[in-house]
Design a binder for this molecule. Structure first.
Ligand code: SF4
Length: 343
């Protein structure tokens, strides 16, 4: 049986027509779903025979909550969610002054192999459907009891490695009949799949593009990100310039600071030189220490100095505030520790 959340309005209208129903019912069905009604039988304005047809063809599946870990420090909630096939994923709800942000996963696991990341340790299990990504946002709204106004695609998985489903999700979550979350409130983070960044720039979407850069040279980048063997930094930057030209959006560069690997003053100067002239913002991220590797976090002073060097070179830089540090669990950690305990 299909998950109705994998359908968009147009697709549902086509299905209704093919099944001798009025296409305007699609609007009614989605309006119930976005009011939090996930059972066709409770959709009061649908005729009985349509409910029967829907029940025998579709289900409305939202990932189930296995556990929610709440931070006492800043209200961050990390949700461990179960998909219909039993696979586990994580989503994080962060409370900011400008609204609630959810960090969604786009794949079960990931095959990109970044050395600092726990999500990739067992590789990619499978892609999430657009409905499973959307389901995380719906579940987050329910868990939080408040509107989710911002989305970051930075959880487990490389979004552009699941391109079609991710683009479908971006359109769905932005649709007026749906959650209507503005594209400017959505950030997609990629490790740099160059041809897919090009495709994204041609979609007519205006989401913020974030690049997980983490090093200023290909040589250094190759040490921590295998994708650097395939695409060079200069190819990535060329696509970023193209993306900026097409969308008028500032690009974000994420740079995880790892002690003695990429956090020296020379690194900061080289990064400034590299990014000069690009409409961008640098997000400095103190690396998450995970037991599967030996990466250590840079000191506060090193991080501050690094940011200062970028700013002096005219490059906007901020240090990402750590959210939910008391509930630990870097991206991918929750799922791994749950699976280990179960085993
Ligand atoms: S950082 Fe992102 S792209 Fe890299 S392995 Fe982790 S989930 Fe995949």
């Amino acid at each position: 049986m299909k998950n109705l959340l994998d359908y968009n309005m147009e697709e549902l209208m086509v299905w209704l027509k093919e099944n001798s129903e009025s296409s305007f019912r699609a609007k009614q069905i989605f309006s119930w779903i976005y009011k939090g009604i996930f059972s066709f039988d409770e959709m009061k304005n649908l005729p009985k025979n349509l409910k029967e047809k829907l029940n025998s063809n579709f289900k409305i599946y939202i990932p189930e909550v296995v556990d929610v870990y709440s931070s006492n420090l800043d209200g961050t909630k990390k949700m461990l969610l179960k998909l219909e096939d039993g696979n586990l994923i994580e989503s994080v709800i962060m409370k900011y002054k400008h609204g609630n942000t959810i960090c969604v996963s786009t794949q079960v696991g990931c095959r990109m192999g970044c050395k600092f990341c726990a999500s990739t340790i067992e590789g990619r299990v499978r892609n999430l459907t657009s409905g499973e990504i959307l389901g995380q946002v719906l579940r987050a709204g329910e868990v939080e009891g408040e509107r989710i106004s911002n989305i970051v695609l930075m959880g487990s998985g490389e979004p552009l490695d699941n391109y079609d489903n991710v683009v479908k999700f971006l359109r769905e979550v932005n649709a007026e009949y749906g959650l209507n979350i503005g594209q400017r409130h959505i950030t997609l983070s990629t490790c740099g799949l160059v041809p897919k960044i090009r495709d994204l720039s041609n979609e007519g979407l205006n989401v913020t593009l974030a690049i997980s850069l983490h090093a200023f040279s290909d040589e250094k980048r190759r040490e921590i990100m295998p994708i650097a063997n395939k695409y060079s930094i200069s190819e990535i930057l060329e696509e970023c310039r193209n993306y900026i030209e097409k969308t008028n959006r500032r690009v974000t560069f994420e740079y995880s600071l790892v002690k003695d690997i990429n956090d020296s003053k020379e690194d900061a100067k080289a990064l400034s030189k590299l990014l000069k002239g690009i409409l961008c913002h640098v997000n400095l991220i103190p690396v998450n220490e995970i037991k599967e590797n030996s990466f250590k976090r840079s000191s506060e002073k090193t991080i501050e100095d690094f940011a200062q060097i970028l700013k002096s070179a005219g490059i906007e830089a901020t240090v990402r505030r750590e959210m939910g540090s008391d509930i630990n669990a870097a991206c991918g950690q929750l799922r791994r520790s749950y699976m280990k305990n179960k085993a």
